[in-house]
Design a protein around this ligand. Structure first.
Ligand SMILES: Nc1ncnc2c1ncn2[C@@H]1O[C@H](COP(=O)(O)OP(=O)(O)OP(=O)(O)O)[C@@H](O)[C@H]1O
Length: 304
């Protein structure tokens, strides 16, 4: 490896799904140090503490932030680094890992993810777009993958509260439980100034391709096209939903009359009493304004 030694901050979520106990964090820190890098490993009792510790360490100067965890950790990294030149690395050890998945970072194989990370430290980062969300109170938050408001955000909320099972099957169980009580939502969407009102189950604003551990809701979305894919699932009976649901994993739901995707740069999502999630983390209640910021993030990921 020809890489010059770099100062790397490694932020570990010890509670992320298959990294439970922090073992993946030790493996990552060990491999990076063995490759000659100067590694600072951070692990805290909670997410907010970890974010604060990471911010403090980045302020001392770092060549990259590497997060070890799931989409929530990708969110932590994206929010610290969007708009800065410092690259973000992700070693997936979470439940869904959809951001890593969409970027072609190996999931479920820490060794392979580490090989890819070391190669990316060598060849340099991939520049991608990020989504910037503005809440009604004017505060902002970034996302790298997908923002969702509707059925899957409710499922996400339930899955986050579940202790079992580990892995993506947790989302499937949470989904079945929530499907039994779900009522369609009345949305008002404004995409680049064009207003559309619709009743439905779900609206997602996607920079990436999947949610829920590989459900390819927007299989043709690109992280670096300067656009967001707005995915809408209209009203469906429970039976019809269950019938088309498996096809989402292969991205074969696209021809269904209740499913639509439009692309845009600036999207307002409105509905009563709906909370949005982005990259697996709670963003807050609608209404929200989402815009794409081209080239806002550098990712230590394969250059496609
Ligand atoms: N010590 C901790 N450090 C960081 N995050 C923690 C910690 N303990 C609990 N968490 C929670 O972990 C969540 C983030 O988890 P993460 O996304 O890394 O894994 P996951 O939920 O298993 O995977 P995914 O989001 O891909 O489904 C945060 O919402 C945070 O509140």
């Amino acid at each position: 490896m020809t890489t010059r030694p770099q100062r790397l901050v490694v932020a570990v979520n010890p509670s992320a799904s298959f990294g439970a106990g922090g073992g993946t964090g030790d493996e990552v820190a060990g491999a990076l140090a063995a490759a000659g890098h100067d590694v600072v490993t951070l692990s805290e009792s909670g997410f907010d503490e970890l974010r604060a510790a990471s911010a403090a360490e980045l302020a001392r100067g770092a060549d990259a932030l590497i997060v070890v965890g799931g989409d929530g950790m990708a969110s932590l990294g994206a929010n610290l680094l969007a708009g800065t030149p410092t690259p973000l690395g992700i070693v997936p050890s979470g439940t869904g890992n959809d951001v890593a998945r969409g970027l072609g970072i190996p999931v479920g194989n820490t060794e392979a993810a580490l090989r890819m990370l070391l190669a990316a430290l060598d060849h340099g980062p991939r520049v991608i777009d990020a989504g910037r969300v503005t809440r009604a109170d004017g505060s902002t938050v970034w996302f790298a993958g997908v923002l969702s408001a509707g059925f899957d955000a409710i499922v996400n909320d339930r899955a986050n509260r579940m202790r079992w099972p580990r892995g993506p099957r947790r989302y499937t169980l949470a989904m079945v439980a929530e499907l039994l009580r779900f009522k369609p939502i009345s949305y008002r969407l404004t995409v680049d100034g064009v207003v559309r009102e619709t009743r439905g189950m779900l609206v997602s604003v996607a920079n990436g391709t999947s949610i829920g551990g590989g459900m390819l809701i927007t299989p043709d979305a690109r992280f670096d096209d300067g656009l967001l894919d707005v995915f809408v699932v209209g009203s469906l009976s429970r039976l019809e939903f269950i019938r088309i649901f498996p096809s989402v994993f292969a991205g074969r739901h696209l021809g269904h009359p209740a499913v639509s995707i439009v692309r845009g740069r600036s999207i307002r999502v409105e509905a009563d009493a709906v909370v949005a999630y982005a990259d697996g983390e709670r963003v807050g209640p609608l209404p929200l304004d989402v815009e794409v910021v081209p080239g806002a993030l550098r990712l230590l990921a394969p250059i496609l």
